[in-house]
Design a protein. Structure first.
Length: 331
């Protein structure tokens, strides 16, 4: 299965692992890339030295292309420079206008993926020189930039930026979703929730258990998990923190139940307060259920742990089957 996205990025199949901060490291990114897709390192909070180290560690595990992701919730120039100096081949930019950094990335010989939530943003990013556009629908897990659903957003973005390749993101968890993205005109799919279940992900075991038991209607969308990243809409599994907050009247910051109390600790012993924007990762201890368990509305299709390579292969095989069946129906 090859599309223009594969040719652009030097990958074998049109699948990109989303940058899942806190649980996606070199092992996962390299595994996805070695399987033919594009693995991604989330490095928005790393120091430049840590960016260099992560890129080098990933390169030691794969000779295939992979990406680094940076969010414009804070200045990213130094981190992007570190990634480029380390030789990263693809830079993913999101959560703001990427125009100022696109020329620097392209001058270094790397490709640019720009994430958007509207067709207008997509057009601006393409005009600024982005090599491909990631159209993130409202169904996505984690932090969600836009408010338009994937089914409506993707064809609008395709129409706005063609022939620039478009990657569909949000609610895609299996091969049927990949096939649907291609039918909408996208050149590939971006998946996060499905790769949380990869063996190479460092998601906490309790987090995985909740993912496998959840359905799409059991996600919460809003601004609740804001400690460390305020005013950033997100989607996560409904849990005791969400339910207690709702029972107390859904009040704003400073008046929420249990605000400031630690619910868990990091591997180094640092406390994680209730309402923190913090992905539950292996090594954390405490009431993991009460943390921000990011998940998209496609979570009901994620039911088991698998090696990342098996996830990629299954996505492709199922998408190809669906497309063949649709072709037969059309005839």
């Amino acid at each position: 299965m090859r599309t223009p996205l594969c040719d652009l990025l030097g990958i074998e199949v049109p699948i990109i692992q989303a940058p899942m901060g806190g649980v996606a490291g070199p092992e996962l990114a390299a595994a996805v890339s070695n399987a033919g897709g594009l693995g991604t390192l989330p490095l928005s909070w790393a120091s430049p030295a840590e960016v260099t180290e992560a890129v080098e560690q990933t390169r030691a595990l794969t000779q295939k292309p992979f990406a680094t992701n940076f969010l414009f919730n804070s200045p990213q120039e130094d981190r992007v420079e570190a990634a480029l100096a380390a030789g990263v081949p693809v830079v993913s930019l999101a959560w703001g206008d990427p125009a100022a950094l696109i020329p620097r990335v392209r001058d270094a010989g790397a490709r640019v993926l720009a994430s958007v939530g509207t067709a207008a943003e997509a057009r601006q990013a393409a005009e600024a020189g982005a090599d491909a556009i990631v159209a993130q629908g409202w169904e996505a897990g984690g932090h969600v930039w836009g408010t338009v659903a994937t089914m409506a957003l993707v064809p609008a973005v395709v129409d706005a930026v063609g022939p620039v390749p478009v990657v569909a993101a949000g609610g895609i968890s299996d091969g049927r979703g990949l096939a649907a993205a291609l039918a909408l005109g996208a050149a590939g799919a971006w998946l996060g929730t499905r790769f949380l279940a990869a063996e190479e992900s460092s998601a906490h075991p309790d987090y995985r258990t909740r993912l496998f038991a959840a359905s799409g209607e059991e996600t919460y969308y809003g601004l609740l998990f804001d400690v460390g990243w305020p005013d950033a809409p997100h989607r996560a599994l409904r849990n005791s923190t969400v339910e207690e907050w709702e029972r107390a009247g859904s009040s704003g910051p400073g008046q929420r139940p249990g605000e400031g109390e630690p619910v868990a600790t990091r591997a180094n012993g640092a406390p994680i307060p209730r309402y923190a924007s913090s992905t539950p990762a292996a090594g954390m201890e405490g009431n993991i259920e009460a943390m921000s368990m990011w998940a998209g509305q496609g979570v009901g299709l994620v039911t088991r742990t698998q090696p990342a390579a098996d996830i990629v292969a299954e996505l492709v095989a199922d998408a190809e089957r669906v497309l063949r069946e649709l072709g037969a129906v059309a005839r």
